[in-house]
Design a binder for this molecule. Sequence first.
Ligand code: GLU
Length: 263
Amino acid sequence: MKQLKDARRLVIKVGTSTLTYETGRLNLRRVETLVRVLSDIKNSGREILLVTSAAIGVGAGLLGLPERPRDTAGKQAAAAVGQSELMNTYSRHFNEYGHVAGQVLITRDVIENATRKQNAVNTLTQLLAYGVVPVVNENDTVSTEELDYAFGENDTLAAIVAGLVGADALILLTDIDGLYTVDPRTDPAAEKIPVVTKIDDQLMAMTSGAGTRRGTGGMQTKLRAAKTAAAAGIPTVVMEGLDPKRLYDLLDGQPCGTLFEAE
Ligand code: GLU
């Protein structure tokens, strides 16, 4: 994990299942700890870009809906409510620790058009130059997974953002501490795979696409994201985000989760 020790520019993605309770409301203690740890990591001289999910989940919670809406309009409306709540929470906490957050909402069409992509790169780079923590999400209010121009999940978005800013590492925080031989939630014989040097079809076939009721991703989207990052020369770590303080161990070079090496 030496590459993590030396990594200066980090893209850290955190998922809905890590950020929220079963009720859909924000897990404030975890968000606070996460922002405190990220602020401290930033104080140590590294650059942080946070890719956050949970706009739809938090919006559904605030609207008192029993679960994530399934229809497009419902998701888009929930995201409008949830994204502002999310951003307000991140901004307040980053400010408390002397840092400034800046919201960046991206859709796939931005990435597919060379000029707009370059604009996004310029904005992200300028935010980093200003010392801001860019807080990135998909622009879910105009783009949801049913639409063919949508990312639909943030693992892929995080890998693309890592490529846009030439990150030194991509860290995907989730509710499972890495890649296991079988699903550890259902099979006690599951063993963790600490390092993956190549993401091939066999590895993809081993994993399930199922995320939690609140999240969308599951391990397959993480593998695909790691593959995208690896192709851009960026290593990825998939690790548990339930205790954000474990990021300190990772950046100290200790083994955490699963490391997917860059190509
Ligand atoms: N962009 C979605 C949201 O903020 C989440 C996508 C994902 O779960 O990866 O709700």
